[in-house]
Design a protein around this ligand. Structure first.
Ligand code: MLC
Ligand code: AMP
Length: 505
């Protein structure tokens, strides 16, 4: 049955939800706010470990309740009040997780920020979000943040300030903004997506049901906590489900496989680049010990999914999400996981395809309210009947599963990180020897797409010098993996660069 509407999707999910839960009787916001839901679990199971790290440290429910309350007291002691913004740019450690949860318990808005960002990228976020506090784990970034705003208080993730009176916690409303997550548009500077407690809770709850996530689960989480995959799905998802997390600040295939082999985790979430590297390991069979392995943030090549399955028998479950919408479509846990598809619209999520250009349009309690201070972008991002334009084009297969066939937005996804060609082109054009530049993503077995630049220069600069020049200005993962110097870029009669021709080079 081909499904092009949410009624069809509801019918399909009916077969895949836990017993007693029907697509029409789901409460996707089963608490006063996100942290009330998490704290409820900690208080019911005070001796259960909810957070642990690869160095052997751990926190039980009672300890997590206490540590996050104490950290919230420190934040309140600094004068922060509900609604204030806190920029967080740190590696994934227990200290960061505690500071993050403390900020949410106090009703603050967290602005998760990539640790690879350089001075200009940070300055833009500071000037747009106007955070009162920045939590950062690196001296160079701390310096750039102070330069960006003299008023900004900058602390490490251990929040090394005196304890203070702990105010009332977990009082945010569902409409309160929990996260302000920056994401680039095809033009202009990154925009801040306002994600409410209701959005965050609804998305975590939808995947909890869809993936049969329970308190018995432990997620090995080595995704960064400054993007929604690691933060919203991994950390929030686990804690909303009453499950636990084993945190690692970096991805190493052997660490994932050791953890799986030792039975220290039941779940792993990764981007396709991670599965590509895991599939290359002679020990990939250890993945069979996990209950569930999930891929997202970029297309999972069928060849990679098959390689993992051949090596371990594990069938990677692919799902589709976005900063603005959190999780929207997923393959089912029980039922067929169809390779090359992202699955079925999650419970509570309405998906339809634009009849003209096949764009995926989405509506639901998971979808954000709008961008900070961008009324024009808000108008352009939603249809008149309230569906959000994802910028991805899709079709349904014969079983009603969604296949993403193209990106309508000019976006390169490299190793799960988004790179906007325009940003890299602008950085290249700043070099005096560059007359013009065009940047595209070229299919790459490891990165999915490799940032590739074509530069028209005056002949006085090398490709290596240009890569270094971009690396000084932008996060390093945005640097072109390859630069091709040309006397002139191919253009049409109007003078517009023909990127489709460059893709054939
Ligand atoms: C690192 N490098 C990259 C890169 N990551 N280059 C291109 N693309 C990337 N994604 C570069 C570094 O700049 C460095 O270059 C070199 O690779 C080694 O750095 P590293 O830090 O040691 O890399 P590594 O640990 O191997 O990182 C690879 C990775 C990482 C796959 C583990 O990229 C990663 O964690 N990706 C996950 C991104 C993510 O969480 N996305 C979710 C977005 S949310 P040099 O030259 O300086 O040595 C979203 C919604 C949804 O999309 O649906 O989930
Ligand atoms: P971001 O803005 O970082 O949240 O990235 C969101 C984009 O990642 C989506 O619009 C998609 O283009 C892409 N994406 C996420 N998950 C998948 C997936 N499973 N397959 C293909 N693309 C994906």
């Amino acid at each position: 049955m081909a499904s092009s509407d949410s009624a069809g999707a509801r019918g399909l999910w009916a077969a895949h939800l836990p017993p007693g839960v029907g697509p029409d009787n789901i409460d996707l916001a089963p608490a006063a706010n996100l942290t009330a839901r998490m704290v409820g679990h900690w208080r019911r199971e005070p001796t259960q470990v909810f957070l642990a790290d690869v160095d052997g440290r751990s926190l039980t429910g009672a300890e997590l309740d206490d540590a996050t309350a104490r950290a919230a007291g420190r934040l309140a002691g600094l004068g922060l009040n509900a609604g204030d913004r806190v920029l967080c740019s740190c590696d994934a450690t227990l200290e960061l997780a505690i500071a993050h949860l403390a900020a949410l318990r106090l009703g603050l808005t967290v602005v998760p920020t990539n640790t690879a960002y350089r001075a200009a990228e940070l300055a833009h976020i500071v000037s747009d979000a106007k955070p009162v506090l920045a939590i950062v784990d690196d001296r160079e970034r701390a310096g750039w943040l102070r330069e960006a705003s003299a008023d900004l208080t900058v602390l490490g993730p251990d929040l090394a300030v005196p304890d203070s009176v702990v105010p009332s916690l977990d009082e945010a409303t569902l409409a309160s903004v929990g996260l302000l997550a920056y994401t680039s548009g095809t033009t202009g500077r990154p925009k801040g997506a306002l994600l409410s407690h209701a959005n965050l809770l609804a998305s975590a709850e939808a995947v909890r049901l869809a993936w049969r996530w329970t308190a018995e689960d432990r997620l090995f989480l080595c995704l960064p906590l400054f993007h929604l995959h690691g933060l919203g799905v991994g950390l929030h998802g686990s804690l909303v489900a009453g499950a636990s997390v084993l945190l690692s600040p970096r991805f190493e295939p052997d660490a994932v496989l050791d953890t799986a082999e030792a039975g220290r985790a039941t779940m792993f979430f990764g981007v396709p680049t991670m599965y590509h590297r895991l599939a290359a390991s002679p020990r990939a069979d250890a993945l069979a010990r996990l209950r569930l392995v999930v891929s997202g943030s970029a297309p999972l090549p069928t060849t990679v999914q098959q390689a993992i399955e051949r090596a371990s028998g594990a069938r990677v479950l692919e799902r589709y999400g976005m900063t603005e919408t959190l999780m929207l479509v997923s393959n089912p846990y029980v039922g067929e996981r169809r390779a090359g598809t992202v699955g079925l619209p999650l419970p509570g999520v309405e998906v339809k395809l634009d009849p003209v250009n096949s764009e995926v349009l989405v509506k639901g309690p998971n979808v954000f309210a709008g961008y900070l201070g961008r009324p024009q972008a808000d108008v352009e991002s939603f249809t008149e009947d309230g569906f959000f334009h994802t910028g991805d084009a899709g079709v349904y297969d014969e079983a009603g599963y969604l296949i993403l066939v193209a990106r309508l937005k000019e976006l390169i996804i490299s190793g799960g990180y988004n790179v906007y060609p325009r940003e890299v082109e602008d950085a290249l054009r700043e070099h005096p020897a560059v007359l013009d530049a065009a940047v595209i993503g070229v299919a790459d077995p490891e990165w999915g797409e490799a940032v590739t630049a074509f530069c028209e220069t005056d002949g006085s600069v090398s490709g290596e010098a240009l890569v270094a020049f971009v690396g000084d200005r932008l996060a390093r993962y945005k640097r072109p993996k390859r630069i091709i110097l040309m006397d002139s870029l191919p253009r049409n009669a109007m003078g517009k660069v023909l990127k489709t021709e460059l893709a054939r080079e």
